[in-house]
Design a protein around this ligand. Structure first.
Ligand code: SPV
Ligand code: MG
Length: 629
């Protein structure tokens, strides 16, 4: 304790001012390595609870270490796991350093209020410990627990043992009589405990602790009870003599004057006693004073004691009102956190990421190249063409998620910003193809290269399809499988558009009379320039690539990118190639590219006529479904 006294003393006065001259200079001390590296986008930079590898003893000690190193600790109230995560991650850039809270306050007021109870010794220790454990579970910084009166010495002993074992750094008990009333209500009765009885409780608590670092802090309620500064100082002396590791002086006044007077008198008192326990303030009412000023006046722990709870209460009231007033929740959207951010905050993303690693289907990405501009729909990406009131991509997302995939990647280009109007909680990863005017779908696809590597499903942006087709493609044992529509050959004379056509390796004559079930076949030729009479199939725009298939595709792409000069299959240049060109390249290199024949369950949107057909289909499906219900 002597060391702590010296260190705290050393920092307590003029040196604090010097250390904090630029209001934050002292923070340089604390470039604490994070328990886990922040991952992915800034919105998702939240602390991932499951990866927090801080053991109870380490956390326990961190508070004294923090006070030793920089002279003080700035503490924020938390009342739940979620508020703990937010408090843990709160940070600003301050003069080139990262400024964060140093730990958390587990408050009796806010723990009770979260449960809808008054702060009047109603919520018991078991329940409090449950909340504390919740916070410990998802955070890594030190916790200071509000121990109320501590109960009788026997109860306090058990509380100290329990909190210390959990890794809590300090417990603060107040010198009032059980059952206590919250200190901030001036009309409440505030009966003070006999100081000697309270001093014995401090002794009892300190006796049972297993480590030197666990702090038992005595909270003076003299100013709350209106018995004055002198009483506070006398009690402070008794508690210091009893071994208190810290002294908290509290007031409900708005003016910090009394608190500062106490702090001034505290130094000579400690000097006389030869020991200076840390000095703690809770500036809820006297909050015009800054943390820096409090530190400059000798305070070592500053607790912002209830702000997270009060903030959430205000926000909840506002949102409930807004939904009632608006008769729906749309107006509430800008006032609330997106579900995607909540998912990232509490580590749900990590769960799904790990699911993806273990599940064959979930490992796959669904990649939708949607960068190109189509003359028939010049004003928007084709993904956003509305069909019966919903954009094409909505139907695609539904089918993709029904097939069990949740990594969805859209490559955008033409009118790409229009995707920003999508719901914020939708989980689409966007890649950009800024060269969409000079390139085609192959170049777009490879903007999503890093999402291709564990296997993927390619989905053209202008098709509606049944999820069964996706499922069947994925279920094949082949590495590259394209969905091919065999009905093309019956309609070929009616179709005017330039389609992606395919010829199988074992061309089946009189195919339409075959009794064989639809089967997988190897593809020999693929492209738009295939003679219409020779072509048997139309490529639907849905294809599956296993990890190996994706690897073969990527290898060919990067080799051709390096070596291809002049025309590349049907393209004038490699840079302007289509996906089918690269697939033809694979076939020529003896990589098996398979086709899975389908007859129904998809529609392509090439022009306004297709939109009308799609709308009729969608609406008839909807009415068939509701008739079946
Ligand atoms: C608490 O946060 O529960 C406290 C501080 O004890 S105060 O509410 O100011 O009494
Ligand atoms: Mg309290």
């Amino acid at each position: 304790m002597a060391t702590l006294y010296l260190t705290a003393r050393r920092f307590a006065k003029a040196d604090y001012v010097k250390a904090l001259s630029a209001d934050g200079e002292a923070y340089r001390f604390r470039q604490r390595p994070r328990a886990t590296a922040p991952s992915r986008s800034s919105e998702k930079e939240e602390f991932m609870a499951i990866d927090a590898k801080v053991m109870p003893e380490q956390r326990l000690r961190a508070l004294t270490e923090c006070i030793k190193n920089k002279g003080f600790a700035r503490i924020l109230e938390t009342h739940s796991g979620l508020s703990g995560i937010v408090a843990e991650n709160a940070a600003i850039e301050h003069e080139g350093s990262r400024l964060e809270f140093d730990g958390f306050w587990e408050s009796s007021l806010t723990d009770s209020a979260t449960k809808g109870f008054p702060d009047a010794s109603i919520v018991g220790n078991d329940s409090r410990v449950h909340t504390i454990d919740e916070i410990l579970n998802v955070t890594s910084k030190p916790i200071v627990v509000d121990g109320d009166t501590g109960g009788d010495p026997a109860q306090f002993r058990y509380l100290v043992r329990h909190l210390e074992r959990l890794g809590v750094s300090a417990v603060i008990i107040e010198d009032k009589v059980y059952p206590k009333r919250n200190s901030l209500d001036a009309s409440a009765s505030q009966s003070l405990e006999d100081p000697e009885v309270f001093a014995n409780k401090i002794r009892a608590g300190r006796e049972v602790r297993a480590t030197e670092e666990f702090m038992v802090i005595a909270r003076l309620e003299s100013l709350i009870a209106g018995v004055g500064l002198q009483d506070a100082l006398e009690r402070a002396e008794q508690y210091i003599v009893a071994g208190a590791d810290g002294i908290m002086i509290h007031t409900s006044k708005r003016d910090p004057e009394e608190i500062l007077e106490f702090a001034k008198a505290y130094e000579p008192l400690c000097a006389r006693l030869g020991r200076r326990p840390v000095l703690v303030s809770v500036p809820t009412t006297y909050n015009s004073i800054s943390d820096t000023e409090l530190v400059a006046n000798g305070f070592n722990v500053i607790i912002h004691a209830n702000h997270m709870l009060r903030a959430s209460h205000k926000a909840m009231k506002e949102i409930a009102q807004t939904i009632l007033e608006s008769n729906r929740s749309l107006e509430a959207d800008p006032l609330i956190t997106s579900t995607a951010e909540i998912f990232a905050t509490v580590g749900f993303d990590l769960v799904t990421e790990r699911d993806r690693e273990t599940s064959q289907v979930q490992r796959l990405s669904a990649i939708i190249p949607a960068a190109g501009k189509d003359a028939a729909f010049p004003d928007a990406p084709k993904s956003l063409i509305p069909i019966a009131g919903r954009p094409v991509i909505d139907y695609q997302l539904e089918a993709i998620s029904k097939a069990g995939m949740n990594q969805i990647v859209v490559v955008r280009g033409h009118e790409g910003l229009q995707f920003d109007t999508r719901p914020t909680d939708e989980k689409i990863t966007f890649c950009e193809n800024p060269n969409y005017e000079d390139t085609f779908d192959l170049f777009s696809l490879f903007q999503a290269d890093k999402y291709m590597q564990r296997g993927f499903v390619l989905i053209y942006s202008d098709i509606l399809f049944d999820q069964d087709i996706l499922q069947r493609l994925i279920d094949t044992d082949e590495d590259i499988v394209l969905a091919l529509d065999g009905s093309y050959q019956y309609h070929r004379h009616e179709i005017e558009k330039r389609l992606d056509l395919a010829v199988s390796a074992n061309r089946r004559e009189s195919h339409h009379r075959s009794l064989q079930p639809p089967a997988l076949m190897e593809i020999a030729r693929l492209g738009k320039n295939i003679d219409r009479e020779a072509a048997e199939f139309e490529f639907v725009g849905l294809a599956y690539f296993s990890e190996r298939g994706a690897e073969a595709l990527r290898r060919a792409y990067y080799e051709c990118q390096r070596t291809a000069a002049g025309p590349f299959h049907e393209a004038a240049l490699f840079k302007m190639a289509s996906i089918t060109d690269l697939l033809q390249e694979l076939i020529n290199r003896d990589v098996a590219v398979h086709g899975l024949e389908i007859h129904k369950g998809w529609l392509e949107i090439h022009n306004q006529k297709d939109v009308a057909v799609a709308e009729r289909e969608v609406l008839s499906l909807v009415s068939a479904e509701s008739a079946a219900d």
